[in-house]
Design a protein around this ligand. Structure first.
Ligand code: HPA
Length: 249
């Protein structure tokens, strides 16, 4: 089963033919909302809105463990596509660019970031050299191309704590560190998916220039972000439908 986690602006998949909703109880508390089961491109898909269906949960309060656990054990998902909005640091990723990142730098703090917190008396170090699933990334990129959409193959995603946006100096530092895009929800989600042995990849939509860059030189304007999201997420939905339709039955 394919799972899709929708970020800001993607609290539902308009093209998902919904069959049922299910509230999954987890050992880690409540997921962001009920899981929505349905078919997309004729294939079974489970959808979860990361910030809740009414977009009420800020990035630092998302129960990432419950979400991943619910998808793995409640829905029996094998792969997860995360859709997330990001700010563009690199100047060839202007608002409206779709990106499938290949690396992560984690700047978040105070989030519970593991299923293995010592309670069950064993310590686990999962390999995270390549944080995203290589096969899932390449098949996503192929589908984007087949659907006639441009997509950037590879970027370093900086996961910041939020919910405030960054300062211009913080963005300069992220760039010096090697980051290309910045978002608030990529971690610990990707790390937990790895611990749960789920194939996980992200489709990121650049919705604004990062603080201090381009037309965000003096500030970031949310009205502009929402307009970009509305237009581009419709295209992401279409590509996801193609992706699902191409999965083996
Ligand atoms: N910074 C962090 N997260 C974001 C941004 C940003 O500029 N845009 C969308 N998500």
């Amino acid at each position: 089963m394919l799972a899709i986690i929708g970020g800001s602006g993607l609290t539902q998949l308009a093209n998902l033919d919904i069959k049922r909703r299910e509230i999954v109880r987890t050992p880690f508390g409540e997921p962001s909302g009920p899981l929505t089961f349905g078919t997309l491109g004729g294939k079974p898909v489970v959808f979860l809105a990361r910030h809740g269906y009414g977009h009420t949960i800020p990035p630092h309060k998302v129960n990432y463990r419950a979400n991943i656990w619910a998808l793995k054990h409640g829905a029996r998902a094998e792969r997860v596509i995360s859709v997330a909005s990001v700010g563009a640091i690199r100047n060839d990723m202007p608002p409206g660019t779709l990106i499938v990142p290949h690396q992560i730098i984690d700047y978040t703090w105070g989030r519970i970031s593991t299923f293995y917190d010592g309670q069950d008396a064993h310590v686990v170090h999962s390999d995270f050299t390549e944080p995203y699933d290589g096969e899932l990334r390449s098949s996503l990129i192929d589908i984007f191309h087949a659907a006639g959409e441009n997509v950037v193959n590879g970027a370093v995603y900086a996961a910041t704590q939020g919910p405030r946006l960054e300062t211009a100096a913080e963005i300069n530092r992220l760039e010096r560190d090697g980051a290309d895009i910045v978002g608030m929800t990529g971690m610990p989600e990707a790390g937990l998916a790895r611990e749960a042995d789920l194939a996980y990849a992200a489709v990121c939509l650049s919705v604004n220039w990062a603080a201090g860059r381009g037309d965000s030189a003096r500030g970031i304007h949310f009205e502009d972000i929402e307009a970009v999201q509305r237009i581009w997420l419709a295209r992401v939905r279409r590509v996801l439908e193609h992706y699902a339709a191409n999965l083996a039955p």
